[in-house]
Ligand binder design. Sequence first.
Ligand SMILES: Nc1ncnc2c1ncn2[C@@H]1O[C@H](COP(=O)(O)OP(=O)(O)OP(=O)(O)O)[C@@H](O)[C@H]1O
Ligand SMILES: [Mg+2]
Length: 150
Amino acid sequence: MEAISHSVEETEQLGVELAKSLRSGDVVTLIGEIGAGKTTFVRGLALGLGVAAGSVASPSFVLVRQYTSGRMPLYHADLFRLENLPQAANVGLEECYEAGGVTLIEWANKVPGVLPEQFLEIRFEAMDPESRRLTLQPHGPLYQGRKFLA
Ligand SMILES: Nc1ncnc2c1ncn2[C@@H]1O[C@H](COP(=O)(O)OP(=O)(O)OP(=O)(O)O)[C@@H](O)[C@H]1O
Ligand SMILES: [Mg+2]
């Protein structure tokens, strides 16, 4: 499944759309280079879950941020800084998976072994300064056969 965004606003809107189809317990990985649009997408997704606009920041010193004001809890992790700290792989993601909300993980590819068996992967690619290609890949029966972006 693929979607093209031509602007920051369109990427946010794709996040809003995805939020509609997410269920409690879902885990979504966001993969792509720096500036590919992962956090932009998370902002829209948070909005789509009903989290107050403008409250999403990149997790930095905190590796996981949680937002509880939406229709279900949202956990937003960014593992970029964990690249050289494999021993820190346990940042509490297991707890997020089991907490009955949605977990979004930027740079999940930096830390092997941190993912659950099943998850939805979204790849972000910059096609030009303003355009991004998003590719959705379900991993596991929990995500196969579901419609994610209308
Ligand atoms: N269509 C687009 N969608 C998303 N961002 C875009 C788009 N076009 C341009 N941009 C710019 O690309 C950047 C995306 O930043 P963002 O923080 O979302 O990336 P990121 O993938 O989270 O990066 P990082 O790996 O550093 O966390 C912003 O500066 C934004 O203005
Ligand atoms: Mg980011």
